[in-house]
Design a protein around this ligand. Sequence first.
Ligand code: BGC
Ligand code: BGC
Length: 666
Amino acid sequence: MMQFGNGRVVLVKFKYVLAAGALATVLAGAASGKIANPAGWSADEAKAIAAWPARKATGKIDPAIEIRIAKIVKGMTLEQKIGQITQPSILSITPDQVRKHYIGTILNGGGAWPAMNKHASVKDWANLADQFAKAAMSTDMKVKIPLIWGIDAVHGNNNVHGATIFPHNIGLGATRDPNLVYRIGRATAKQVRATGLGWAFAPTLAVVQNQRWGRAYEGYSSDPAQVALLGTALVRGLQGTLKGDGDVLASAKHYLGDGGTLNGVDQGETRTSARDLVNVHGRGYYSTLDANVQTVMISYSSWTMDGVPFGKMHGNRALIDGVLKRKLNFDGIVVSDWNAIEQVPGCKVDHCPAAINAGIDVFMVPEKWESFIANTVADVKEGRVPMARIDDAVTRILRVKFRTGLFDRPISAGRFTGQASALENRALAQEAVRKSAVLLKNDKATLPLKPGKRVLVVGAAADSFPMQAGGWSVTWQGDEINNGDFPTGETVLTGLRRVYGAGNVTFSADGSAFAPGKFDAVIAVIAESPHAEMKGDVRWPAPIGQSLQYPADLALLDKVGGKGVPLVTLLYSGRTTYTTDLINRSDAFVAAFLPGSEAGALADLFAATRGYDFTGRLSFAWPSTTCPTNGYPAAEQLFARGFGLSYAKARQTGHLVESANLTACP
Ligand code: BGC
Ligand code: BGC
């Protein structure tokens, strides 16, 4: 009999001869309700931990497997263990180095492809994956350990040429449809398995508090319940049973408070009470853990509890070891973010005992992995990191690897491996695009526009895959690419030509072809430029608004609006942002967020083909101000979360009060 979980007592029958003490250690390491901290938490740490309701273990620990794992770990050298916890980038390591250094996992960042060929085929990916996998199985270890390769498949397998790219999470949040998100998870997992990889760094569970954040679109909603619902659906879809041919590991990220930073600063400081951290930012972790998510990625951000600084999350032992592993009974892998350990005080990019001791198991050290291994070996030898901590990390890595079935069957055996057809999910993406667009204004029933009408399309974004796909598409920021990098899908222009007939659609990027009387309607497509981390932030005190960041959009609408031809404006953006001036110049206004590779499906919605109507509702409030503060206070909202018109439910919007602060925010 032994203590297991939160004081729960389980009986374990000993089938194998193993000292009771050793097994107790294994199971305690797996998931223990007890805080193994002889020194005790500080009063502040204890307060932070106490705010979290305990979560029961999922009961997925298999004692027989645990015994096998314990034996493997016992037979490993220190170098082999440290190799397992180290995660290099494919750009900085060769298969032979994986073999030599006993590497446990690898990754490719956004914009990293086999042989740095952005048009690498699914076979190129699968071949490289196979080489890495074989290298891991040809080490001189007593028991060979299979390797797992992770990728940012955050809206489909978005780095891979020819993969269908789904709408970003902000749009999926507007669908409020967990079944759809589940199906996208299933499709994405197959896309990833087609390349021979086994781990998707998704979903993002950020509960975004300020749309200045350049990564706002990676969050589903400002409503923690929606984030939990949709994030969990994606985890279920990605992971399946974990062992199927179309299953991959998911990663709940970024733990914790990534969406709460002050003024939406990327990697910034989240200030909350202990309780708000749980209720706002923590909710999605309870539900994804219940859905058996196998990995959790730590956030670059830092946390300050009621004025008490806890510092960078990567060094936060109370929240990682104390809360996630012990109180929430998470028994999978905790992974660090890209070079994030260097931000922990006293650490370097390749050396951070504090992050190891905080409870991180896998270290994303893309480039400096070799010196990370050397430094960490020395840390253990010289007592800065206890061997028990390393053993916990390796045990978790092995546990997850056993759960994927990789010990029995190599990843290349999966039936989707190398199959280009597994990359395409066009109908599903089109459904997601139609369900995620939100109709913000539709005066005089401007939409739907019946097929056969003569349409002038203006705005370069109308025929731009990069604009409609946004960040994390082909490249990291989604920039430095063009339509040629998207061999599948439709721009909205292509879709309009399909629906209205090519002869009825005139495209004039700068609007110069506009002439009253020649057209029944103008469709203006405006967009933010693609962005991801860091680059996408609009930093306080700069005012934020579409026409402030992109003044040409206002000029374009002035050119074609208010001249007797109905104007429909379509906005692609990674955030809700001040647009009252643009809405006032438009008869109808549609927020399509970042629809991905199938934006052409918007044309079907505009034409109400097959009775399609708008069902998307805002997952974040739409600001009435260019100086938004955290938390979307009511006074700053033009449209509340949940708002969205439809053809069935018409409403006159009329002229809206413009309240743009054009200089610096107070
Ligand atoms: C991002 C993560 C991503 C990782 C790997 C980091 O910079 O914050 O979301 O999974 O890089 O590319
Ligand atoms: C991103 C990677 C990207 C890299 C480029 C990281 O922060 O997460 O995906 O490839 O930066 O330097």
